[in-house]
Design a protein around this ligand. Structure first.
Ligand code: COA
Length: 194
């Protein structure tokens, strides 16, 4: 069994490395995937991608705000995710995007579950929220499979591809997460007598 709590049965989450720029370049050239992720970006040159990866590789993960690479257990980069904490609400949100060839293997679901366990179990956050286009069927399924609740829908919540689209807001509390995914990750020694 692994001692790394950022490693699951399918994927491992690791810090960004400077040489990950090639993967960001590849993932960034799929406009349709970009759109499903949130918005389409114009192309950027190699230097911009190098600089982005270099900057990300140097950032310290501060108070639950970080970007991680999602890789298979064989070490093949599959995508990335980034988090943003709202300290006043004791909640966090995230963005996640996998390269198209990594869709549909359960990598996304496991990556989000690994992050939730860290946020709830280590940082004592209380709630996670995710914003998902209503048309993004794969992401809607993933969030339902994770045990999230559809808490509301922003009608015409975001503009892309020439029109406004509804945006679902999914949410899950720490208690709901632990009830579905198990309370403890590790096998910590219990105090004597328990
Ligand atoms: C959304 C995303 C993160 C999901 O990760 P993933 O690893 O592909 O998802 P999973 O394999 O864990 O789960 C996908 C679920 O969608 C289902 N699914 C796949 N294609 C589908 C489709 N066309 N319509 C409906 N459901 C679909 C799968 O069957 C699976 O559900 P199941 O396990 O109940 O069968 C990933 O596909 C991705 O990065 N997409 C592009 C960017 C994006 O949309 N980001 C999310 C923004 S909120």
């Amino acid at each position: 069994m692994t001692t790394n709590m950022f490693e699951g049965k399918k994927v491992r989450l690791r810090g960004v490395r400077a040489d990950d720029w090639v993967h960001f370049l590849r993932w960034g050239s799929d406009s349709e995937a970009d759109r499903h992720g949130w918005q389409v970006w114009p192309p950027q040159g190699e230097e911009a991608h190098r600089e982005f990866a270099r900057q990300e590789s140097l950032k310290k993960p501060e108070s639950g705000n970080f970007r991680l690479i999602i890789e298979t257990l064989e070490g093949e980069p599959a995508g990335s995710l980034n988090t943003r904490v709202d300290p006043r609400r004791f909640s966090f949100e995230y963005g996640i995007a996998l390269g198209r060839d990594s869709w549909g293997h359960g990598y996304g679901e496991e990556a989000v579950a690994l992050v939730c366990r860290y946020m709830f179990g280590e940082l004592r956050l209380h709630k996670v929220h995710a914003w998902v286009y209503a048309f993004n069927k794969r992401s809607v399924s993933m969030h339902r499979n994770l045990g999230m609740t559809l808490e509301g829908t922003l009608r015409d919540g975001q503009f892309t591809d020439g029109r406004f689209w509804d945006v679902h807001i999914f949410g899950m509390t720490d208690a709901e997460f632990f009830a579905k995914h198990g309370e403890h990750w590790g096998d910590l020694d219990q105090p004597a007598g328990r």
